[in-house]
Design a protein around this ligand. Structure first.
Ligand code: GLN
Length: 549
């Protein structure tokens, strides 16, 4: 049987949750036993989002093979088992880069190089490359970034029009749109949806299904209206109302309206019924938590919903594993310093997490957070930069190296406890040149890390240029900070822990990229679990602290 393709476009406004919706559709197909692959096409000119400010773009999601990709791939990871590699995300920048390189090589044999067919051919080639990643893929879900009507997404829409024209019985189009409730009129409005479908039809794409983002379920009359104006069957107009408690409700809401059955029917895919039992059990523990944990996240982009997307989700997974509710309090690290008292600025949480980051802004507030947690015995979890600040704080306040720093912030520090990776020193371009992707790490027995993972060798994903300076290793170990994990057969320190502290752990990698609601990451699970143990016992003495190496 030929491979089938589901194209997902978005209309009216951005931020409708197209990534989440695409991931949910992927999840439902997997629940029916279908093998899927997912692809995100992004219309911007950056080759990848790696060089973009998180305020602009949100989180950069890193794959095992070291691609810096759109954060929607994080949704794909959390909801599905799609392969996620360099072939899973393509931008206009990448497409043009390839076309221009081919032109310079002379591959176009004297032709005028044009958007149609050369750019659209390259887009179609990316779709086929995604499909070809694994040999038994049955359905490829292709999410087109941006909003229909944008100038920059036109080549992508044209490419998927051609793709379907070439494979009429193997493709469907799903359009995600917004159906707003106008307070002043007291009415739900379908006109923006009609217009965005009109814009699609001008290009030659007629959607097979319309998903309507709305506050409350749409009544039959509104669905009939959308159906009539948009040329889509009434049963294929589906609500996607705002979720009440958790984004993990989206797949079950869509399933209840028959979405997956309809998609399979439209594509001529024969499958058994969807088995959502594991997902539903997980949802039950989200909806009926026993107890609550409050985590303070101390970072730089706290007003931006998506800047630490995978971190917030991984914390939720840890809470799901423990069956508790999670409150995340976000603290701007700058303000901790302005406030003058770290305690006044951030107190009141059960544990603190310092996520990854770049540059000088916010450094000292994070160092103060690490000190607060270390000296008060409060659980601390540092990710990438969060490990580096934990090390700098320890150097300054325990080793007495008052001016210790990372050379990223102070290139002239007398004690560069964090310094540039040697392989990074020759690098000139900033895009795609960090230490990226999955590396092995060997764990020491009798450490919090080993206890969490339960094995000696782990693989985790990296995205950094700086690392712990091994010159200081013995001095740190003598004073009680030890390194629970190092690069296999190598010397890079990937995990730091503090002897005698209940749970203070930093990792030079990004465990948040490898956590799923059904498979919570062991470190996030244990971070939350350690807090619960702490809250139950009056003192940490009662908690099962391991002796340190
Ligand atoms: N800026 C630090 C480095 O490059 C940390 C990077 C990160 O947190 N991802 O090493």
């Amino acid at each position: 049987m030929s491979i089938k393709y589901v194209f997902i476009t978005g209309g009216v406004v951005s931020s409708l949750g197209k990534g989440l919706t695409s991931a949910s559709i992927g999840h439902l197909l997997e629940c029916r036993g279908v093998k899927i692959a997912m692809l995100k096409l992004d219309p911007y000119l950056n080759v990848d989002p790696g060089t973009m400010n998180p305020f602009q773009h949100g989180e950069v999601y890193v794959t095992d093979d070291g691609a810096e990709t759109d954060l929607d791939l994080g949704h794909y990871y959390r909801f599905t088992h799609s392969p996620l590699t360099k072939a899973s995300n393509a931008t206009t920048g990448q497409i043009y880069d390839t076309v221009i390189k081919k032109e310079r090589k002379g591959d176009y044999l004297g032709k005028t190089v044009q958007v149609i067919p050369h750019v659209t051919d390259e887009i179609k080639a990316r779709i086929l490359a995604c499909a070809a990643q694994e040999k038994d893929t049955q359905v490829v879900l292709v999410e087109i970034g941006g909003t229909v009507g944008d100038i920059e997404s036109l080549p992508f829409l044209e490419a998927i029009r051609q793709f379907r024209y070439e494979r009429p019985s193997d493709c469907i189009n799903i359009h995600l749109t917004y159906v707003p409730f106008l307070k002043a009129a007291g009415e739900v409005k379908t006109k923006p949806t009609q217009h965005s479908v009109q814009a699609l039809r001008e290009i030659g794409i007629v959607p097979d299904m319309i998903l309507c983002r709305c506050e409350d379920p749409l009544g039959a009359d509104l669905k009939a209206k959308i159906s009539l104006f948009c040329n889509v069957r009434e049963e294929a107009v589906i609500d996607e109302k705002d979720v009440e408690h958790s984004i993990y409700e989206v797949p079950t809401d869509l399933h209840r309206q028959g979405l997956d059955e309809m998609v399979c029917k439209m594509l001529g895919l024969k499958t058994g019924p969807a088995d959502l039992s594991r997902w539903e059990r997980m949802l039950q523990s989200v909806l009926h938590p026993k107890g609550k944990v409050t985590i303070g996240v101390v970072g730089k982009y706290m007003d931006h919903q998506d800047a630490y997307k995978s971190v917030y989700e991984a914390l939720r997974h840890g809470a799901i594993a423990a069956g508790v509710d999670l409150e995340i309090r976000r603290f701007e690290s700058d303000r901790i310093v302005e406030n003058g008292s770290v305690e006044a600025a951030i107190k009141g949480c059960d544990g603190y997490l310092v996520p990854g980051g770049f540059g000088e802004r916010g450094w000292e507030g994070k160092v103060l957070t690490a000190k607060y947690c270390r000296t008060k015995g409060i659980p601390y979890f540092g990710l990438c930069l969060g490990m580096q600040v934990m090390i700098v704080e320890f150097a300054r306040n325990v080793l007495g190296l008052k001016k210790a720093h990372s050379t990223e912030v102070d290139p002239n520090t007398p004690d560069p406890v964090i310094s540039m990776l040697s392989e990074q020193k020759q690098i000139q371009n900033l895009g795609g040149t960090m230490r990226l992707g999955a590396y092995p790490c060997e764990l020491k027995p009798d450490t919090l890390a080993f206890k969490a993972y339960g094995k000696k060798i782990i693989w985790e994903r990296h995205r950094h240029r700086y690392e712990f300076n091994n010159h200081y290793k013995t001095a740190f170990e003598e004073k009680g900070m030890f390194f629970a994990g190092t690069l296999e057969k190598g010397t890079l320190c990937e995990i730091s822990e503090v002897a005698g502290h209940p749970w203070m752990l930093g990792v030079q990698y990004h465990p948040e990229f490898k956590s799923k609601p059904l498979e919570p990451h062991p470190l996030f699970r244990d971070f939350i679990q350690s807090i619960i143990l702490y809250k139950r016992s009056d003192t940490w003495a009662a908690s099962p602290r391991l002796t340190t190496a």
